[in-house]
Ligand binder design. Structure first.
Ligand code: ZN
Length: 276
């Protein structure tokens, strides 16, 4: 039997990319007006403001920031890898400045590089950022991405591959962000969520939907209920594994971005209550 729907928005957070046309200040006031108190901030939405101003806007509105998005991209040549580590440290500083709990890592992949080698580079890259993350008090959440991104965006394409990295590093600051879009089809999902939860490594839970008739795999994600993912079933898995944190709505959609964003937010909150 599946769990009951959520009865309020108290755990609802929205990624600023879900309302891409809004700048940070507009997003904060629109989320507030919609009754949403969590916001996961993307770097491109922080950039025009800088950390100090962004932190003030978020704090004045009383917003919680579960995640800062995104760091990672650890693979490449020696010089690329060095630059990436520097950039991830800056990303951690920015996350700390706005009070974010975690940085989400899209770990990277390099065309032509064997995936096993890429995963080793990712492990080394995260290891090189750990002391800095500790100093910032910010966690690092590996987000496994759908295998369609294995060529050039993420060599970590399953919860198990993420687990192999956080287990090897053995540091409680490194865990996983479970995004239903990227893991819903994984036959080991229930067991992997259980293992991650048992070690308290589920840092984030991202929701949207997979449209069977999608016209673009990046920019045509569905609102919860528009697709085929058993979102509530996956929420049941993460909650049974001990996760009680923010439920982050992350939807990239040209169709939805074309709408008046306050109307779009009303759809988001309604779908959150009905489908998650
Ligand atoms: Zn995500």
């Amino acid at each position: 039997m599946s769990i009951a729907p959520l009865t309020d928005l108290s755990r609802c957070a929205i990624h600023t990319f879900t309302t891409k046309p809004l700048n940070l200040a507009q997003a904060v006031s629109a989320y507030q007006a919609a009754g949403v108190t969590g916001i996961s901030v993307w770097r491109q939405h922080l950039e025009p403001y800088g950390c100090t101003e962004a932190a003030r806007i978020l704090a004045d509105a009383g917003m919680s920031v579960p995640a800062y998005v995104r760091g990672g991209f650890f693979t490449g040549s020696e010089s690329e890898r060095g630059a990436s580590i520097d950039d991830n440290k800056r990303c951690l500083d920015e996350a700390a400045a706005i009070g974010a709990d975690q940085v989400v890592l899209v770990v990277g992949a390099t065309p032509g590089m064997p995936l096993a080698d890429a995963r080793n580079q990712v492990t080394d890259g995260i290891a090189a950022c750990l002391d800095h993350a500790r100093g910032c008090g910010v966690k690092l959440a590996i987000e496994p991405l759908h295998p369609m991104y294995a060529g050039d965006k993420s060599c970590v394409n399953s919860m198990r591959q993420a687990r192999e990295i956080w287990q090897e590093l053995g540091d409680p600051l490194v865990g996983v962000a479970v995004d239903v879009y990227h893991v819903w089809f994984d036959q080991d999902l229930a067991e992997e969520i259980r293992l991650a939860g048992a070690d308290q490594r589920i840092f984030g839970f991202h929701v949207c939907d997979w449209k069977c008739d999608t016209n673009n795999l990046l920019l045509d994600r569905g609102l919860m209920g528009e697709g085929c993912i058993d979102i509530r079933g996956i929420r049941q898995l993460v909650e049974s594994a001990g996760f009680a944190g923010w439920i982050e709505v992350e939807i990239f959609s040209s169709t939805h971005w074309a709408k008046t964003q306050t109307d779009w937010l009303s759809e988001v909150t309604a779908a959150y209550l009905a489908e998650v």
